[in-house]
Design a protein around this ligand. Sequence first.
Ligand SMILES: Cc1cc2nc3c(=O)[nH]c(=O)nc-3n(C[C@H](O)[C@H](O)[C@H](O)COP(=O)(O)OP(=O)(O)OC[C@H]3O[C@@H](n4cnc5c(N)ncnc54)[C@H](O)[C@@H]3O)c2cc1C
Length: 409
Amino acid sequence: MPTDQTFVIVGASLAGAKAAETLREEGFEGRVILLGAESERPYERPPLSKDYLRRETTERPYVHDEDFYAANDIELRTSTEVESTDPDASEVALAGGERLRYDRLLLTTGAEPRRLNVPGSDLDGILYLRSVADSDAIAERIEAGGKLVTIGAGWIGAEVAASARTKGCDVTVLEMASLPLERVLGPELGAVYRDIHVDHGVELLSETALESFDGSGSIRSVRTADGRSIEADFVVVGVGVAPRTQLAEAAGLELQNGVVTNELLQTSAPGIFAAGDLANALHPLYGQHIRVEHWANALNQGPAVARNMLGQEIPYDNVPYFFSDQYDVGMEYAGYATEWDEVVFRGDVEAREFIAFWLSEGRVLAGMNVNVWDVTDDIQALIRSKATVDRKRLTDPEVPLPELAAANA
Ligand SMILES: Cc1cc2nc3c(=O)[nH]c(=O)nc-3n(C[C@H](O)[C@H](O)[C@H](O)COP(=O)(O)OP(=O)(O)OC[C@H]3O[C@@H](n4cnc5c(N)ncnc54)[C@H](O)[C@@H]3O)c2cc1C
């Protein structure tokens, strides 16, 4: 492997750090430069709405030990923002003017929370959650107690609501849809999550639009479009994220819902790759581009893209996977379902110990295990098999899942 090459990674994130690690594991001996705008070394974000937010742990969820980067000759530069990329010159420019030449460039600039722009949006106490610093700021408010209103009942809103409620805060959740998490999971599972939150004492205001934030200097209350005023000591906004495409856009890369890549995670510009929340990658299993905003995607695309930067040409075809923990309910979701015919259940939905399956024309598109463990591999195999399943056998907990995948093999 030539030693005079330089691989630059923009985004000292989970995907970026795993890519750097893999470059070394694969024997790459050139320069690896990992550039990150944040002051922290790469860390994982899921604990920031869960145990880290609840201060059940104060350890920051770093991807690697502090000495890992130096020990592996990875030039990690934190607090370093990349201002532009020049594909013609194969250079990136840092804030401050320094330019770095690259032989391969990886963009793992991730995503950022969508911001609200209603009256009162700049009041103190209206918070967003993406970084460790954001989580620390929300944790401080939770520790102080009082009333939280979350705007949005997606993953961030729902997990922050659960953590704050667990810590004894009063919580109201505002959601435009009729159920929490409905956009991704549909009405059946949305109803399950509604009940989980309501059982824990959360006030859920569904089909409710936000009008404005009221207060003088600091947030006092949240006004809804139908004229209600809800008292709030602090607000957490979780209305989705947008891929950070500014660098890619200025560099002229093809964009559509993120940075478009092929199945090798190569962008439209030679020598430039993208991975993680940023990448809208062609997925061989689905024959379409998919952008996944979840931890496992960053964790696995990092190593995959590193191998492809080294010319190994291995298509990335992992079945999408994510997890969520709220109160005593843990779940894992595998697959990709945007339209389906029906959702069926195996197990006890009332007791919140079950697997839900999203079916289309008798095939399993996705499965979600709730407080049932060690079934993810079987669910993924079932999805990959594209087997037409017998609905009765699928919903019968006595029938082993591998038998269903094998049925059509
Ligand atoms: C609070 C929270 C909880 C979550 N919980 C879960 C969960 O339970 N399950 C799950 O599956 N997923 C969860 N996720 C999602 C998961 O964390 C993300 O999918 C993952 O972080 C994506 O990683 P990434 O490497 O693509 O990018 P990111 O984590 O977004 O990191 C991108 C990095 O690039 C840096 N950067 C951007 N632009 C530049 C630039 N120009 N120059 C230098 N650096 C730059 C940013 O500062 C950032 O550090 C959660 C996310 C959050 C915020």
